[in-house]
Design a protein around this ligand. Structure first.
Ligand code: COA
Length: 280
């Protein structure tokens, strides 16, 4: 779909790239020639992803640390700069989430998720944005949100609040930093199976089956469906797109919205009866 080496002149700082969708994006970006700097808390998955990129002929480096701490983010951005000479692209992908009844949450549980998602995205965006502005060079920021970013969702209140905050930041900075040629994109993914998300957000097999059946396409997302969109957004083809959030969920959130959407379950025979009655 994309020209070989489409991202060849790019250096991408990607948070949380050791596992899940972050790993899939890192591998796809590297395959198209980008240099990848990964930043997350656990070393073994980062090492594995970086080794896999190098094994396939790409360039990758990483730093371990927690996005919640601005000084740690600053040091990681510095390390990325030293490793590759510059960074021109940021992907805020690191996240924290779990299912919980909100009345049972501790203050620290709320702070942990908001700290990773909202504060972490802010720290990374500011650390790179400051450098781009000082150097007078353009930049691209891609924020990975969630399909409930506009609606909120029961049982994931810290994540819903934090992701809504990142969307507000996306739209705000799209304008504020446009004069510096720094553009902002967001993808709001629906259900994409990953070990991290499934172990935290899919309580039982039966619930997974119900979720699949409720989906208009009767399936979950494939990682390449997200990574292709991410590549497009980072590429020069998307230079006129700024501050937009693309919901990538196969229509799942709309499925919950339309009053008569559940009628997709209505058997054809019932439709035929209704149509026959109308003709009488
Ligand atoms: N339900 C309710 N509270 C929870 C919880 C759960 N499932 N998991 C953690 N918490 C609470 C902890 O009890 C703690 O609060 P306390 O100090 O009042 O007891 C607080 O959250 C922080 O937990 P801790 O494990 O110390 O923090 P952490 O910073 O290491 O972990 C999380 C952050 C909680 C987001 C953890 O789930 C995590 O590391 N997630 C990373 C991966 C991830 O979530 N990816 C998203 C995939 S969709």
């Amino acid at each position: 779909m994309f020209a070989n080496r489409l991202l060849a002149d790019r250096t991408i700082f990607l948070t949380g790239g050791g596992t899940g969708l972050g790993r899939s994006m890192a591998l796809h970006f590297a395959e198209l020639g980008a240099r990848i700097f990964l930043f997350a808390r656990r070393e073994p998955p980062l090492r594995e992803t970086a080794e896999e990129i190098r094994r396939r002929g790409g360039q990758a480096a990483y730093a371990t640390g927690d996005v919640r701490h601005p000084e740690v983010v600053e040091a990681a951005v510095e390390a990325a700069w030293n490793a590759f000479g510059r960074v021109d692209t940021l992907v805020n992908n690191a996240a924290g989430n779990f299912l919980a009844r909100t009345e049972t949450l501790s203050a620290n549980a709320f702070a942990a998720v908001v700290g990773i998602v909202l504060h972490g995205s802010f720290h990374c965006t500011q650390a790179l944005g400051r450098r781009w502005i000082a150097a007078g060079t353009p930049g691209v920021v891609l924020n990975i949100l969630t399909s409930y970013v506009e609606t909120g969702s029961a049982y994931v209140v810290p994540s819903a609040c934090a992701k809504a905050g990142v969307l507000a930041m996306t739209r705000s900075l799209a304008i504020e930093w446009a004069p510096y040629r720094i553009r902002f994109h967001a993808i709001a993914p629906g259900p994409f199976p990953t070990e991290g998300a499934w172990s935290r957000l899919m309580p039982t097999r039966e619930f997974e089956e119900r979720a699949r059946n409720f989906h208009p396409l009767k399936r979950f997302g494939r990682h390449e469906e997200l990574t292709h969109l991410a590549v497009y957004l980072l590429s020069p083809m998307a230079e006129y797109l700024n501050g937009e959030c693309i919901i990538l969920d196969g229509g799942l959130w709309l499925r919950g919205a339309g009053q008569f959407n559940a009628l997709t379950e209505l058997p054809a025979a019932v439709w035929q009866q209704l149509e026959a009655a109308r003709k009488k």
